[in-house]
Design a protein around this ligand. Sequence first.
Ligand code: ATP
Length: 199
Amino acid sequence: MYLKSLEIQGFKSFADKIVLNFNSGLTSVVGPNGSGKSNIADAVRWVLGEQSAKTLRGSRMEDVIFSGTQHRKPVGFASVSLVIDNSDRTLPIDFSEVTITRRMYRSGESEYAINKTPCRLKDITELFMNTGVGREGYSIIGQGRIDEILSARSEERRQVFEEAAGITKYKARKREAERKLESTRQNLLRINDIIAELE
Ligand code: ATP
């Protein structure tokens, strides 16, 4: 699995649609200060479902939409598509190429899609679980992240290892099953109360 290309439109400093193609192996992005290098990494985080404006170096999520310049009007939405080569089927989906898309309007609503089919953020999160790529994964190491990992409490550091060991997915499923179990338990209690009242 590797990142094949990234299509950005209306996101931060990229008003017009741009397509960045990557090959397998190492790619470096170079450019003058303020030219948008970090905005590319932000676009990758964002399309994978980042919900924190602070992590994306803004104060509100709307800050990711191109806000205009002296010569250019602001735009109404931001859209990022990430194309992944999945020939090795690392992602549990039967496609050799997987495109993840997120689009956000000024109203604040976000739309997500996998291979152009609308989906929930949860579907994207689950698709990338255990691969190290997701929003919480370790494939995007931002400035200061290494220090953060080294100085984190051991339980927090453990999450990084659990993602690498492929346990995260099962822990998430366990939590969901426990939630359903609890809600069923509550329903049962209510039914028993009703039965007791009727008897
Ligand atoms: P450095 O090398 O200094 O870290 P960089 O190449 O990583 O810089 P970025 O931080 O990616 O640069 O880009 C910063 C630029 O993006 C700034 O000029 C800022 O005005 C612009 N920018 C950020 N958000 C928006 C937005 N919503 N609309 C328009 N421009 C934006």
